[in-house]
Design a protein around this ligand. Sequence first.
Ligand SMILES: NC(=O)C1=CN([C@@H]2O[C@H](COP(=O)(O)OP(=O)(O)OC[C@H]3O[C@@H](n4cnc5c(N)ncnc54)[C@H](OP(=O)(O)O)[C@@H]3O)[C@@H](O)[C@H]2O)C=CC1
Ligand SMILES: Cc1cn([C@H]2C[C@H](O)[C@@H](COP(=O)(O)OP(=O)(O)O[C@H]3O[C@@H](C)C(=O)[C@@H](O)[C@H]3O)O2)c(=O)[nH]c1=O
Ligand SMILES: [Mg+2]
Length: 305
Amino acid sequence: MVPGERTLVAHTAGPRQRGRQAGAGGVKVLVFGVSGQVATHLNQHDWVTGLGREQADLSDSETCAAIIRDSDADAIINAAAYTAVDRAESEPDLARRVNATTPGAMAQAAADRDIPFLHISTDYVFDGQGEDPFRPDASPGPLNVYGRTKLAGEEAVRGAGGRHAILRTSWVFSAHGMNFAKSMLRLPETRDALTIVEDQIGGPTPAGAIADALMIMARAIADGQGGGTYPFAGAPDTSWKCLARETFVAAGRDVKIIGIPTADYPTPARRPLNSRLDCSDLASDFGVTRPDWKAALRDIVKELT
Ligand SMILES: NC(=O)C1=CN([C@@H]2O[C@H](COP(=O)(O)OP(=O)(O)OC[C@H]3O[C@@H](n4cnc5c(N)ncnc54)[C@H](OP(=O)(O)O)[C@@H]3O)[C@@H](O)[C@H]2O)C=CC1
Ligand SMILES: Cc1cn([C@H]2C[C@H](O)[C@@H](COP(=O)(O)OP(=O)(O)O[C@H]3O[C@@H](C)C(=O)[C@@H](O)[C@H]3O)O2)c(=O)[nH]c1=O
Ligand SMILES: [Mg+2]
């Protein structure tokens, strides 16, 4: 038992399904990165034990792998990552350790115990060319350090050779932690016009939907069903400009938004123009379909305002 680990365990169903799936058949899930957007939602599920940086610092591969080797979990979900996209450009070594080296060691420890290792990746592994949604087997071509380290993480998890899933998602938002929608809400009421890029297209994804998908996958893979690389994003695809507009509509704020091309918004890290993800495999293997991000955004804005 690792420090801070709760002995309390329960089933893998979400809060809404509680009771229905309680009891036998539960899968004990150990989650890394518990303070993050996705892990905050994972931690609301029964049968989940969440570990934070104090217990499991992903810059320390050996400690994280040892926690998995010594735990009695039936499945591991890694929701910790170095997610500061622009800052990663100046901290590539730390980003690589957290996003690739340690996930590889953790996946190896899980493989040694023959338990599933579920890992989260990103649309930023792609170069953003074209307008078609990226299939799981599309060639990657990251444009920035964060994307390169996340791609290396995918390869390390696959390379460990155990039962695994890599959930590639995009544009995550929730009421917890940091995200684009919350950045919009924090902008002062006095800002009456905003310039937001309108030529990057992707699927905003509620963190709660990612957590629900991962719990379904953890149980299925522990039961020997499914595994591999799965894209998963909210629908419909949209631009950052439209996401900003929907955020202000949900908050009842009248903010003028001026769409600009990426070229007019210089940042340390380059970002892909096309982040569309083909999510059909998750539906066919696990029955999990793309969530409606606008409905989730309205709920979250209501919770925050
Ligand atoms: N955010 C997004 O838009 C997207 C995220 N993803 C992926 O989804 C996953 C979850 O992302 P999300 O929930 O948004 O993450 P957040 O950015 O909300 O949280 C990141 C988490 O990782 C933890 N973390 C960072 N460095 C370390 C470290 N050295 N040791 C231990 N923990 C660490 C943070 O801990 P602390 O609070 O202590 O810093 C935090 O709990 C990640 O794999 C990410 O790459 C994929 C696509 C889009
Ligand atoms: C704040 C702001 C951003 N932007 C642009 C910059 C960028 O192209 C886009 C989104 O900005 P952000 O910095 O929130 O985005 P970013 O941090 O790059 O978000 C990414 O995070 C990582 C972790 C992922 O894995 C990706 O899926 C994606 O969600 O909006 C504007 O055009 N105007 C603004 O006022
Ligand atoms: Mg960011």
